[in-house]
Unconditional design. Structure first.
Lengths: 268, 335
């Protein structure tokens, strides 16, 4: 059975239709990349799965259960969220931020228990930042901040993590660091990831590294194609999606074998 | 261990400050005399003979110090909670219009009854709550970004009630009612009695207890609506509880003390500098610091001025230099 399914999903803000007829199905251990131009509705779709909005039509099933009927506290035990742009206001300590991942397991009038605090520390260790635990998180770099958000999602101990452009604003190294951390978690913790991204090459990168990767191309309110990166991310589809001319490149890396990248050439 | 010592300090500090303030005032009483009076107990309650010193210590200084501590603690704690909830360190306990509403309520009651009476408390409290409720209603008119709309609602309601206060002053009799309104608005703890503590203490205590209990959730709420929701928080319920508790605390405080600025904005910041931003620690610390600060300021006021200088003036005049000194000392605590 699929972990997450969206069946004939449709959503509109007031009268402005954002998407219709969306179908997706993600299995445990998959990485599912949502690809599409700015404003195509990726974030809105993510918001619907997160329960921020209700679908106007269709269903969202998690483990076969109607996710739209979940309370926020219930949903947060199935789905965690890594935001695109976390706005840092108060200089909380890094570990305090990660502990917030335990909110769904903590009563309204209590604080995280010792066990919850241990889970938070473990999650922070998983992303390799345990040595920063007492630092004000406002002082972290963009990449470290993103890993803290990932650690907070891990502390939720959900089967599914949804990420909205997790590598936006990161430099090359930190982009790789975040991707490698995601790869490691999906491989070793049996996590499932749905991620919106502007980089088709991320999908290739996960596939090249041996993950079961699926890509959905979102365009003009619909998914125009869903499938493995090699089938879906092609010069024809990039032209359709972004109106650009691209080339698909292949090259060998010794320990990984054949790798793929798609490279933009010019706008059309 | 270090945590426990800190907790102990923050719990005992307000009690010590209250005790200390029993020795301070215009009427000279020696330390031993005060201790004697304290030891002999409150003669008014035990039906003993009336005695000037006993009345002074037990009926004037004691209730005033206790009420001052509660008012200061409430303003500070509700300011800290609102700052977290609105993710804005510049917010204070008056952000949703509670002070402006209470101010108008008090002014209105003075217009009706011609002086400050028991009705003033009731009017101030009710209009304080009403103002927050109106802010909430305004935020519901447009439903897309509730938190910012709530702040806007507070600004709108605050300005309406400020205008109404001006109107009340304009309409007031300039010899009796106008001074009463002006003095009430400047804030004072003079004439505090145990009755004030009993009546206003109920909403204040309810608010304090609620905020202390829900304090960790304020951390989560300060992540913003979308993230707090994804972390499993029921936004409507938790935000509602924080707003209700903060409003009860602030309205309870304002209705007995008048409008005292500064405490609800700056005491939480001083607490942030001292213990960090985690609301688990920040909320109790703000409570304790607010209580100490208010009682101390009131003591200073009693020492340096013969007449009753309004508290609202002193909180800023004493608080501001202290705040600047602390900014330098703690390097602003990581901001």
């Amino acid at each position: 059975m699929a972990l997450v399914e969206v069946l004939d999903g449709a959503f509109a803000y007031n009268k402005t239709r954002i998407f219709t007829n969306i179908n997706l199905s993600v299995e445990q251990g998959d990485i599912f990349c949502l690809l599409g131009p700015n404003g195509c509705g990726k974030t809105t779709l993510i918001d619907c799965i997160l329960g921020m909005h209700m679908l106007d039509e269709g269903k969202i099933l998690i483990n076969g259960l109607d996710a739209q009927k979940f309370h926020p506290g219930e949903l947060a035990r199935y789905v965690a969220y890594v935001p695109q742009n976390h706005e840092r206001t108060f200089p909380y300590k890094v570990l305090d931020i990660v502990q917030m991942g335990r909110a769904a397991y903590t009563g309204r009038f209590s604080s995280p228990s010792q066990q919850d605090q241990d889970i938070a520390a473990e999650s922070l260790a998983m992303v390799g930042l345990i040595n920063l635990k007492d630092r004000p998180y406002t002082q972290l770099s963009g990449g470290e901040g993103q890993l803290v958000m990932l650690a907070r999602a891990l502390a939720q101990q959900t089967p599914l993590i949804i990420m909205d452009e997790p590598t936006a604003h990161l430099d090359f190294k930190h982009e790789m660091l975040v991707l490698e951390t995601i790869l490691d978690l999906v491989k070793n913790q049996n996590l499932t990831v749905i991620m919106a991204t502007h980089f088709p090459n991320h999908a290739f990168w996960f596939e090249n590294n041996g993950l079961k990767t699926r890509v959905a191309l979102m365009h003009e309110e619909h998914f125009i194609e869903v499938g493995p990166p090699m089938d879906v991310i092609c010069e024809k589809n990039m032209r359709l999606l972004y109106n650009i001319d691209t080339r698909l490149l292949s090259f060998r890396v010794n320990e990984l074998g054949e790798m793929h990248q798609i490279v933009p050439v010019k706008t059309l | 261990m270090k945590k426990k010592i800190c907790a102990l300090i923050f719990i005992t500090a307000p009690l010590l400050v209250i005790f200390f303030s029993l020795f301070i005032g215009r009427y000279p009483v020696s330390v031993t005399k005060v201790l004697q009076v304290l030891w002999s107990g409150n003669t008014a309650s035990t039906g003993g003979p009336p005695d000037v010193l006993n009345t002074l210590i037990w009926q004037i200084r004691m209730p005033r110090a206790i009420l001052g501590a509660m008012v200061g603690g409430c303003l500070a704690i509700s300011g800290a909670a609102f700052q977290g909830l609105f993710r804005n360190p510049l917010v204070s306990s008056g952000i949703l219009g509670v002070s402006a509403g209470a101010g108008f309520g008090a002014a209105l009651s003075i217009l009706i009854f011609h002086s400050v009476t028991a009705a003033t408390y009731v009017f101030a409290f009710v209009f304080g709550l009403l103002a927050v409720f109106l802010s909430f209603l305004i935020s519901k008119v447009y439903n897309s970004s509730p938190t910012i709309m709530l702040v806007l609602g507070g600004v709108i309601v605050g300005s309406i009630f400020s205008a109404l206060i001006s109107f009340a002053k304009y309409a007031a009799d300039p010899y009796e009612e106008l001074p009463a309104i002006v003095f009430w608005l400047m804030g004072s703890l003079a004439n505090s009695s145990y009755k004030d503590i009993l009546v206003a203490g109920i909403p204040m205590l309810l608010g304090i207890i609620g905020l202390v209990l829900i304090r960790w959730r304020i951390n989560v709420l300060s992540m913003g609506d979308r993230e707090a929701h994804a972390l499993g928080i029921n936004l409507a319920v938790d935000k509602g509880l924080v707003i209700i508790c903060s409003t009860l605390a602030a309205a309870g405080a304002v209705c007995v003390s008048g409008v005292i600025g500064w405490v609800g904005l700056v005491i939480p910041h001083i607490a942030r500098m001292l213990v960090g931003n985690d609301n688990r620690v920040l909320i109790p610390t703000s409570l304790s610091l607010g209580a100490c600060f208010m009682v101390l300021v009131d003591d200073v006021g009693r020492i340096i001025t013969g007449s009753e200088m309004p508290l609202g003036i002193l909180t800023s005049l004493i608080g501001a230099p202290f705040f600047i000194w602390l900014l330098k000392k703690t390097k602003a605590g990581g901001w």
